[in-house]
Design a protein around this ligand. Structure first.
Ligand code: PGA
Length: 242
């Protein structure tokens, strides 16, 4: 399983160091792969203090390489520190109105700089209630991946927006159906090779529900927000076997 943590806009450099002092010991025997995405100022500290077992990633980056883009950070600047990036997270899509077109440009630049990309997709509660989940997922996937060929560095994370940070959990069958649909869309875009693309599930993943989530077909891992902030709870998830 691939267990990714998204710290969002949390933790200082000192808190990052304290986290890894505890976390490294707790996950020394895990067979799962672990990724942590801190916010930009904590990425160098994470790289320094995380054990070699833990991959470090960014939560976003801009598609241009350099220039007059105040407040933005490029893949060129990040590549000395990390080689993973989350793109299209629902915070970006819904709180900062990010479009699939912008995400598409970012994925292209990220792959050019050899980053592993976790493309996040997912429907809002309103879209779910209108039974538009598949429509939304297919649009997000085809528009975000337009002009992109199969790449083993591309992951997809399915995160229903209404489950993120709410403590609610999606029904096992909903997760199964969404992941199967995503797999079929990826196969349409990339052919049989897409069977190897990792599809993560995200949204209120906790130590109590991760085992059940791991057992669902086409779930290759999880993307964890809130529960990744505490070394003990995140280690519990990272140590859970399929
Ligand atoms: P959550 O966040 O685990 O706190 O719901 C998940 C995410 O936003 O990636």
């Amino acid at each position: 399983m691939f267990v990714a943590g998204n710290w969002k806009m949390n933790k200082t450099v000192k808190e990052t160091k304290d986290f890894f002092n505890e976390f490294n010991k707790l996950v020394s025997k895990t067979k799962n792969e672990i990724l942590i995405c801190p916010s930009f100022p904590c990425i160098p500290a994470a790289k320094q203090f995380a054990s070699k077992k833990v991959f470090i990633g960014a939560q976003d980056a801009f598609f241009e390489e350099k220039g007059e883009f105040t407040g933005k950070v490029s893949f060129l600047q990040l590549k000395d520190f990390c080689d993973f990036v989350l793109l299209g997270h629902s915070d970006q899509r819904h709180k900062f109105s990010e479009s699939n077109q912008s995400i598409n440009k970012k994925i292209k630049t990220a792959l050019k700089f050899n980053f592993n990309v976790i493309l996040c997709v997912g429907e809002t509660l309103e879209e779910k209630e209108e039974e538009k989940t598949n429509l939304v997922l297919s649009e997000q996937l085809s528009d975000s991946l337009k002009g992109i060929f199969f790449n083993s560095k591309l992951f997809v994370a399915y995160e229903p927006v209404w489950v993120i940070g709410t403590g609610k959990t999606a029904k096992q069958n909903d997760v199964f159906e969404a992941h199967s649909f995503i797999r079929s869309q990826l196969t349409e875009l990339f052919g049989e090779k897409a069977n190897s693309t990792k599809i993560l599930y995200g949204g209120s993943v906790k130590p109590e529900n991760c085992k059940e989530i791991f057992s669902i077909k086409n779930v290759d891992g999880v993307l964890v927000g809130g529960a990744s902030l505490n070394p003990k709870t995140f280690a519990q998830i990272a140590n859970t076997a399929k």
